[in-house]
Design a protein around this ligand. Structure first.
Ligand code: Q9C
Ligand code: ZN
Length: 698
């Protein structure tokens, strides 16, 4: 397989698999829409939201790395894909209005303002969104982001709402259905508000799966709709295609967000198998936002983005919605775009344990959707009735509330300002801490001289065999074995990863288990604190976890006699081409364990008799790149060399994996994942997807 020419491989890929690049759509003109009078509700939706994002993108040198796509106005026909002509007339008429008339028209809607340029900006926001979708659908770029104002997801057929004039994302979905004949579009709304506008538009439409999480607080929080709760699952033919995750407390953070992705969004999205993913990317769900009062840090959005990049062959469009803390918004936008560009992901910070209130919401959504999705078919059905507020408190969530209700307007204003500055300071430090420099070389591979020319040009190949190249002496191992040249080269690559000279690497081995032992020993010598090791295939050696220095997950078709322990998990998986089911195992078990462990390095071994399909291996390696700042070392047994080229392409980042078509989840597999989850959810808390078990044991 190594003998295959890179060009030949390129040519043999299905069309579109090589679509690359990230589109960025932005225009200063969308800053002209602004509030002309006093209105405490609307004053946060300011033009600086856009300029601040753009300045931060410049600061991180991200602009020049994107494909810049010009904006245009959305046409009347495009707007009327979603809105009535009467409503379009209303908006059009605001162009000529004086301030008094503008104010009067604004007052006819909930939380909206109009400006003489609003119509123009709203048309640009629609056009920008459609240009993004066209760039991605025509494969001029792989993915992209549109930075637009005014936002869209609250706006409805006949009404402006919540700062939104035209529903940019809903129009984009209709446009994509029509122009590209798409059968399945996923909309992920991670804005902290419920995009009720999108829900209403697609409520009866099974071809659009709408997911939204939102601050809800038992319907106390705006827009305070009964239809925002978890039991609004869609109507008519659309039943099961609307997913609401209500947040009943503020202070939700990184662990809560990724837990919802692992246990709700990703399994359903994978089963849905979208052809395009649109994200209503609001960043008011991020830390410091005055509206959301949540705690998710900017790098959380990198991880959420990364997960979504593995759907729809990477066709992913981000469209800005809310986000009112300028620094938090801007840093999170930068994180999103860096991830779209394929940069290594920063470590996801914070305690990796979802709070009780989040678990309750997750449980309830899963129960509500049980009858519509195969992957949830074996769930418990009992909805939890506000368990967390009845008998338990989650200190974490409570502490985020400022108690601003008790203050005078002046005091509240000052306290809000203090909060903004506090988050500014926090982010200043935090971003310095988590933004590591991109290593100059992404991937290093151990090869033999004769194969070097077959590697993609970006790959660094390790040919030297000189033991002196190794900077750290190897201790305690059989000197003869260490001298074996492949072991030395392998350790050289590993060392480069640990020293951040490269991001990831690959080596082949004739003795996978033994090589792993060497690698782990070397990690220990180099003071790597936590190594996640996923071994696929039969292991013929016991690995010592060294008190948690190593977490080993062994995926094997053979049954094991060994009993499971916290750091030594045996995962029985039979030969299987049904990637959808394996995806459930990755999203529902392997990733939650891995994210709970928070490793500093990931080693993936593709060993003898490995039981996964090519797709399964791709999926695993792709998603594990979200951990340990994307530092991944892959060891491939020489009997599995047919996988080498694919793995190299995944590591270099120029491969959009195709995970095969959907096949229903098997009961035994779903059951097995459930049992493993139950076995480990006290140790690895991101595994939890219900408040029931954990509360009983508290
Ligand atoms: N008491 C977006 O984030 N708040 N819109 C109204 C009324 C309106 C948010 C509060 C928040 C709208 C796109
Ligand atoms: Zn919002």
């Amino acid at each position: 397989m190594l003998a295959m020419d890179f060009q030949a491989l390129k040519d043999s890929l299905p069309p579109g698999a090589m679509a690359s690049g990230t589109a960025l759509i932005y225009d200063d003109e969308m800053r002209s829409h602004k509030l002309l009078w006093d209105d405490p509700v609307c004053e946060i939706e300011v033009p600086e939201r856009l300029s601040s994002c753009y300045e931060h993108l410049q600061r991180y040198n991200l602009i020049e790395r994107c494909v810049s796509v010009p904006v245009r106005e959305g046409t009347e026909d495009e707007i009327m894909l979603v809105h009535s002509s009467d409503y379009l007339e209303v908006v059009k008429n605001t162009e000529k209005m004086n301030e008094e008339e503008l104010q009067k028209t604004s007052a006819e809607y909930d939380s909206v303002y109009f400006h003489p340029t609003t119509y123009r900006c709203a048309k640009l926001a629609v056009g920008a969104t459609l240009e993004l979708v066209d760039a991605v659908m025509s494969e001029r770029t792989c993915n992209g982001m549109a930075l637009v104002r005014p936002p869209g997801h609250h706006s409805q057929r006949n009404a402006a709402n919540g700062f939104c004039i035209f529903n940019n994302v809903a129009i984009a979905a209709k446009h994509a259905q029509k122009k590209y004949d798409l059968q399945r579009i996923l909309i992920v709304d991670w804005d902290v508000h419920h995009g009720q506008g999108i829900q209403y538009i697609f409520d009866e439409d099974p071809s659009v799966l709408y997911f939204s999480w939102h601050r809800f607080e038992h319907q106390q929080f705006w827009p305070s709709l009964r239809a925002s709760d978890y039991d609004a699952v869609g109507q008519g033919k659309g039943k099961g295609f609307n997913i609401n995750v209500p947040w009943n407390k503020v202070g939700m953070g990184n662990a809560d967000y990724v837990a919802v992705f692992f246990h709700v969004l990703l399994p359903l999205a994978f089963e849905f198998d979208p052809e395009l993913v649109l994200v209503s990317a609001g960043y008011d769900s991020g830390i410091g936002d005055p509206e959301g009062q949540m705690c998710a840090t900017p790098e959380c959005f990198a991880h959420l983005t990364h997960f979504l990049m593995h759907l729809a062959k990477g066709k992913l469009c981000m469209i800005l919605e809310g986000g009112y803390h300028l620094r938090s918004l801007s840093e999170s936008v930068c994180m999103t775009i860096k991830t779209l560009l394929g940069d290594p992901l920063p470590h996801l910070s914070g305690e990796m344990a979802p709070c009780l209130s989040a678990l309750e919401s997750i449980h309830n959504v899963r129960a509500a959707h049980k009858q519509y999705w195969k992957c949830l078919a074996y769930e418990s059905t009992i909805p939890l009735q506000d368990l967390s507020t009845r008998s338990y408190q989650t200190g974490k969530a409570e502490s985020a509330q400022t108690g601003a209700q008790l203050l005078t307007p002046q005091e509240a204003g000052k306290s809000r300002n203090d909060e903004v500055i506090k988050t500014d300071k926090f982010l200043e430090l935090h971003m310095k801490k988590i933004m590591s420099l991109r290593p100059p070389v992404r991937t290093a591979v151990v090869t033999t001289e004769s194969h070097t020319h077959l590697l993609p040009p970006s790959v660094q190949s390790e040919k030297k065999t000189d033991a002196k190249e190794l900077n750290t002496p190897i201790s305690g191992f059989d000197a003869e074995l260490v001298k074996e040249e492949n072991v030395l080269k392998m350790l050289t690559v590993l060392e480069k990863i640990i020293k951040k000279e490269v991001t990831n690497g690959l080596a082949k081995t004739s003795v996978a288990s033994l090589s792993l032992a060497f690698a782990l020993k070397h990690c220990c010598d180099l003071k790597v604190q936590k190594v996640l090791c996923v071994f696929v295939g039969d292991m013929d050696m016991k690995i010592d976890s060294g008190d948690g220095k190593v977490l080993l997950i062994n995926i094997s078709a053979k049954q094991s006699e060994q009993s499971n322990t916290k750091y030594n998990i045996f995962f029985h998986w039979k030969e299987d081409d049904e990637t959808t089911t394996f995806f459930l195992a990755v999203a529902g078990f392997i990733l939650p364990v891995a994210y709970s462990y928070q490793p500093d390095l990931t080693i993936i071994v593709v060993g003898q008799n490995q039981s996964l399909s090519k797709n399964g291996i791709s999926l695993l390696i792709n998603l594990l790149q979200g951990l340990a700042q994307s530092q991944v070392f892959v060891l491939v047994q020489d009997t599995e060399l047919n996988l080498m080229q694919d793995i190299i392409k995944i590591l270099t980042g120029d491969f959009t994996p195709f995970f095969g078509s959907y096949t229903p989840a098997l009961k035994e597999n779903v059951q097995m994942i459930k049992e493993l989850r139950q076995q480990f959810q006290q140790e690895w808390k991101v595994l939890q997807c219900s408040a029931m078990v954990s509360s009983a044991e508290r």
